[in-house]
Design a protein around this ligand. Structure first.
Ligand SMILES: [Ca+2]
Length: 139
């Protein structure tokens, strides 16, 4: 008599271990806190500080912001630096009021790519931005 032996092959489940591939570059946050000085402002950001000369509390902003009051920086910036990526949309328009508006006798001002305003009181008679938009660079 033949005794058949069945071999049960246990099938090991294949566990695919996905080693989380590190992204080529970490995603940039839309808003960041920055330290004092223009060198604290990473590439890609418009940075603003509450005191002239890039001092005091600082904020970096990656994209258009229609209301700086949403993150506590409305009417606070006294100096700014445009460290945006050079290219088609490298300039920034700073607006004195939310929603990309001029108001209260204040006009918007252009901050060219790679440029700064050491003291907003001296370039715009006290413009305190409450919104900004990235725009096509001018020559
Ligand atoms: Ca304002």
């Amino acid at each position: 008599m033949l005794k058949k032996t069945m071999l049960l092959a246990a099938t090991a489940g294949i566990v695919a271990t996905l080693l989380g591939a590190a992204p080529a570059s970490a995603a940039q946050a839309n808003r960041i806190t920055v330290g004092e000085g223009v060198s604290s402002c990473p590439v890609g950001y418009l940075c603003a500080w509450e005191r002239p000369g890039y001092k005091g509390a600082g904020k970096g902003m990656l994209i258009d912001e229609k209301n700086w009051n949403d993150f506590g920086f409305g009417n606070r910036a006294a100096s700014v630096y445009n460290h945006g990526e050079p290219g088609a949309f490298g300039d920034v328009i700073l607006y004195p009021c939310p929603d990309y508006r001029e108001c209260a006798g204040k006009e918007s001002i252009r901050l060219r790519n790679g440029s700064w305003f050491f003291d907003l009181d001296r370039v715009s008679d006290g413009l305190r931005p409450e919104s900004h938009r990235w725009v096509r660079s001018q020559g």
